[in-house]
Design a protein around this ligand. Structure first.
Ligand code: NOJ
Ligand code: CA
Length: 667
């Protein structure tokens, strides 16, 4: 079914076409009657994105979507390979053909706008370029009219946008036509099996893009509202973020795509050897379990004695970091959505920050800083520099930040003094998060943002933006209401994880939240999550006593690295299962993680990614034969060794809600 697009296509004048290097994808840009801009995408000769409108509505000038004529067009190609300081793979190929169109609106005094399309073998990115011009010195954008008219009937996996819990909704699976307002990445599977993930790249000084279903299978950009007027206001020349479509034959192909990173600017920080991918433990899960508190009192978690216990445990077990939350003044009373008492420099009296950071370093461990703002960006910006300075002085080289508040209720500084409320993913929110990262870089601090703006690949440009949350994390398995569903992690891999690393905090070997409520997982699945859910900084989140209780599975958590030379997705089906193999950056070891939803599955695992000439020991952590996330058998795990080669085919037997983790070491 083609959704009523043929007529407009007939009337259109073609301005330019460009195809991917392998010719599988082609983009055509058209002017419809009235000089209205549109583009379409074909894959292997079939319509994938039917003619879809482009342009803007402005509040300070006539609309920027019609009356265009073409002034100039150019096609060029690009092919290079760049190196990541850390990542899922070391080398990334950036190979595309570009179409650049310069357009004018003659009736508006030759007002100009340029459009740039980059077409890769694995998808399409395009953006608008606003030149510096007296016809539009300031662009006040009330609406971006960019559309994605999906031609074949499709199913969508998506998370709501613009609601109370910001980015922390469970994934919904609906016909594309039933999407409401979605965050990106929004992933679809068309009737013939083609997969597309819609997202954006290089979100800088612009409002985050939500996608709203407007009619049929048409998605339209919906810019996060501003607290005052138009969602975006820019002066002089600027470019919008890239609007992206990763396109593949299967879910695995989506995850293998580096398109979003490729559309970001190269590293602007120079030497970033001070950014350290690593694992950490933390004074954390105990608060989420309500065994201790962030605030002061008899149950205060961040005491000197308790932190020393974690430092000792980290040192004994090879963890580089110890996160401590609740160390600073301001946690007493209602901090969430207010943050009005937080100090970023003063500790509670029972927490000796200088002594603990010295004690940690003496043991080869670093404290990981914590800046919870309660969404009070105004207050944070007043103290951020002092907070960074303090940590840097004490040898703390990474900070987890947090912005716990309701969607739309973050507190921003107003220009003339005072404050106002707004969305964290508004243009001013986008500016704040990046400022927090670039200021941190001046102190050689890496930032792991919780309740962040979504990831759009800026880690390429600012590699100290080392991770972020930005989806429902493990914490929901502590609190409930509800806990994460059994398919949550497999859903994340092909939606949220397409945008970049996530600080998910895996590794709850106790498999329980508050008051012993079981979580939807087997033990083997907890281990597999360390491989499947990528982040260069990973918290082994469980309590010390639980790691001590399960030394067998804990060994995998100690062994698994967080920085990779290569990544391959070996199996993947949206919302059902995924298997990922990753090669360690610092050894010849490979690691595999495989997870499933509520269905038991047996997946054949060909080891042809291993070096052909070598024999390897496979240390296998698999679901026991009785394992099932719905019963006490969720703890059934078998740990065994086997000698394998690249020719071996293993059978991954995954229990309902289960998984499997394997370490391969050359003999
Ligand atoms: C929410 C974060 O996601 C969580 O990790 C943290 O413990 C709390 N906020 C408190 O800052
Ligand atoms: Ca959170």
């Amino acid at each position: 079914m083609m959704l009523g697009v043929v007529a407009s296509a007939n009337a259109a004048e073609v301005l330019g076409t460009v195809s991917s290097p392998d010719h599988s994808l082609s983009v055509e840009v058209q002017l419809e009657d009235g000089g209205r801009l549109a583009y379409s995408v074909q894959r292997r000769g079939k319509p994938l994105i039917a003619p879809s409108h482009l342009g803007f509505l402005l509040t300070n000038a006539p609309q920027l979507d019609n009356g265009f004529t073409l002034a100039r067009q150019a096609v060029s190609s690009h092919d290079d390979t760049w190196e990541q300081p850390w990542g899922e793979r070391r080398y990334v190929r950036n190979h595309y053909q570009e179409l650049r169109l310069e357009l004018v609106q003659k009736a508006l005094d030759n007002r100009r706008l340029a459009l740039v399309f980059r077409v890769f073998d694995d998808g399409v990115g395009f953006r608008y370029e606003f030149p510096d011009q007296q016809q539009l010195p300031v662009a006040q954008i009330s609406d971006e009219l960019t559309e994605f008219v999906v031609a074949p009937p499709s199913t969508a996996w998506w998370q709501e946008a613009g609601e109370k819990a910001a980015l922390e909704y469970a994934t919904r699976k609906t016909p594309l036509a039933e999407v409401g307002t979605a965050n990106t990445p929004l992933t679809i599977r068309t009737q013939d099996g083609t997969h597309i993930a819609f997202h954006e790249a290089a979100l800088v000084d612009y409002a985050s893009m939500w996608l709203r279903k407007v009619e049929g299978q048409t998605l339209r950009a919906h810019l996060t509202p501003s607290a005052f007027g138009p969602p975006v206001e820019r002066r002089g020349a600027f470019t919008t973020p890239w609007r992206t479509m990763q396109i593949a034959d299967d879910a695995a192909g989506l995850y293998m795509s580096d398109l979003v990173l490729n559309l970001n600017e190269p590293n602007k920080l120079g030497d970033v050897s001070w950014v350290k991918p690593s694992k950490f433990v933390g004074v954390w899960w105990e608060m989420h379990l309500e065994r201790s508190t962030w605030g002061s009192g008899a149950k205060h978690g961040a005491t000197t004695a308790n932190t020393r216990r974690y430092i000792d445990f980290a040192a004994r077990n090879g963890f580089r970091g110890v996160l401590v939350e609740g160390w600073n003044l301001g946690w007493d009373g209602n901090w969430s959505g207010s943050g009005s008492s937080f100090s970023f420099t003063q500790s509670y009296p029972d927490f000796d920050l200088p002594a603990l950071s010295a004690y940690a370093q003496q043991k080869g461990v670093r404290l990981i800083g914590h800046h919870e703002t309660g969404g009070n960006i105004a207050r944070y910006e007043q103290q951020m520099d002092a907070g960074y300075q303090l940590y840097a002085k004490l040898g703390v080289d990474s900070i987890k930040s947090g912005y716990v508040t309701d969607g739309g209720a973050a507190i921003f500084p107003s220009a003339g003094g005072g404050t106002h409320f707004g969305y964290t993913d508004s243009q001013e929110g986008v500016r704040h998060y990046l400022k927090a990262v670039t200021e941190a870089a001046r102190y050689k601090l890496a930032i792991d943002t919780h309740e962040p703006v979504k990831d759009t690949g800026l880690r390429r440009t600012y590699p100290n933006w080392i991770s972020r949350e930005g989806a429902r994390g493990m914490e929901y398995n502590a609190w409930g209401n509800p806990i994460n569903s059994v398919d949550h992690e497999v859903n994340l891999v092909f939606t949220r994880m397409l945008s970049g690393p996530m600080d998910y905090t895996p590794g709850i070997l106790s498999l329980e939240g508050v008051k012993g409520r079981p979580i939807n997982s087997t033990q083997a699945k907890q281990l597999a999550s360390f491989v499947v859910i990528y982040s260069p900084v990973v918290m082994a989140a469980d309590l010390i006593e639980n790691y001590e209780k399960y030394p067998g599975p804990f060994k995998f958590i100690k062994d698994v690295p967080t920085d990779w030379a290569d990544t391959r997705v070996l199996h993947g089906s949206l919302g059902e299962y995924v298997t990922i193999a990753r090669k360690d950056r610092r050894s010849e070891d490979w690691y595999v993680g495989s997870i499933t939803d509520g269905q038991a599955r047996t997946l054949p695992l060909s080891l042809d990614f291993l070096d052909a000439g070598k024999r390897y020991t496979a240390e296998i952590y698999r679901d026991g034969d009785q394992a099932d996330y719905r019963s006490s058998h969720r703890f059934d795990i078998v740990i065994e060794k086997q000698t394998v080669t690249a020719k071996t085919v293993l059978q991954l037997k995954l229990a309902p809600g289960g998984g499997q983790a394997i370490r391969f070491t050359p003999l």
